[in-house]
Design a protein around this ligand. Sequence first.
Ligand SMILES: NC(=O)C1=CN([C@@H]2O[C@H](COP(=O)(O)OP(=O)(O)OC[C@H]3O[C@@H](n4cnc5c(N)ncnc54)[C@H](OP(=O)(O)O)[C@@H]3O)[C@@H](O)[C@H]2O)C=CC1
Ligand SMILES: Nc1nc(=O)c2c([nH]1)NC[C@@H]1CN(c3ccc(C(=O)N[C@@H](CCC(=O)O)C(=O)O)cc3)C=[N+]21
Length: 286
Amino acid sequence: MTARVIDGRAVAARLRERLAAEIASLPFAPKLVVLLVGDDPVSAVYVRNKDKAARAAGFTSETERLSAATTEAALLARIAALNDDPEVDGILVQLPLPRHIRTEAVLDAIDPAKDVDGFHPLNAGLLAIGRPALVPCTPKGVMTLLAEAGVPVAGARAVVIGRSNIVGRPMAALLTLADATVTLAHSRTRDLAAECRRAEILVVAAGRPGLVRGDWVAPGACVIDVGINRLADGRLAGDVAYAEALPHAGWITPVPGGVGPMTIATLLANTLAAARARRGVGAIAA
Ligand SMILES: NC(=O)C1=CN([C@@H]2O[C@H](COP(=O)(O)OP(=O)(O)OC[C@H]3O[C@@H](n4cnc5c(N)ncnc54)[C@H](OP(=O)(O)O)[C@@H]3O)[C@@H](O)[C@H]2O)C=CC1
Ligand SMILES: Nc1nc(=O)c2c([nH]1)NC[C@@H]1CN(c3ccc(C(=O)N[C@@H](CCC(=O)O)C(=O)O)cc3)C=[N+]21
């Protein structure tokens, strides 16, 4: 058996087209502002892709590049101004931030109604108690991929590797809400291979290239590779040994071209949802 490869670029393109059609019928263009502190080249690529996708779908998108020496107080002041600006629907502060800035203080400062990353404690808490509002883009994008690929989730045994607030934790919450039976694994998990072998859905978000080996994948399982690792030769690789996993899996996502494009398309979906909610044209969709 060879896995069906889930084409994240195609699913993301369809989602962006739907958003563009919706925006064309609105009396305003939803506006996203991205704050990028410092000049990390990897972050710069993501930010450029976001800008391009947003504009093509009819959003207003602005990226503010702040110097690496920006103080926490200056960044908080900028966020406060964006919170107060009625034209701004979504605010995203690119992570990671320089070490002299406290990430928590920054995330706490974003108006939860404009928090299109879903990282504010209010949005994280709502998701944790099953009342999702703005949901983190990467795990939400994974749920879209599962639905589009026709992967059965309700009742399935799911294993998530990684417990970050950005990916793993909200991923486990969303799978639980969708009635999967979820195991959340991490670096202290005693026997990761054994946990993985039990998974019908395996979501890997550890940031360790090649962590998941082919014989960790149960026959026919759905393998979602969230990892994005830059190898020494400059190529991108996921957290799954892709060629090894392919003959075992029922479905698999490639890197690049899998989850990454869904993150950006879902960010745009969240921005549209936030705009509708704030401007009183429709509620936030779960
Ligand atoms: N495709 C996309 O759109 C996105 C991709 N990413 C990528 O996803 C990956 C994860 O990102 P992020 O969640 O931010 O990363 P973090 O570094 O914040 O978290 C990594 C998690 O993986 C766990 N982990 C690390 N090593 C192992 C191991 N050997 N065995 C088991 N668990 C392990 C850690 O465990 P512990 O908690 O015990 O330390 C931690 O919970 C990265 O490659 C990142 O680039 C991230 C965001 C978006
Ligand atoms: N506040 C904040 N929110 C984020 O969502 C956020 C962040 N900070 N910091 C960095 C991570 C990483 N991330 C990615 C988004 C898109 C791709 C993506 O589009 N990847 C493509 C192309 C990759 C390439 O070719 O460079 C792919 O996988 O096919 C990857 C990674 C969002 N993140």
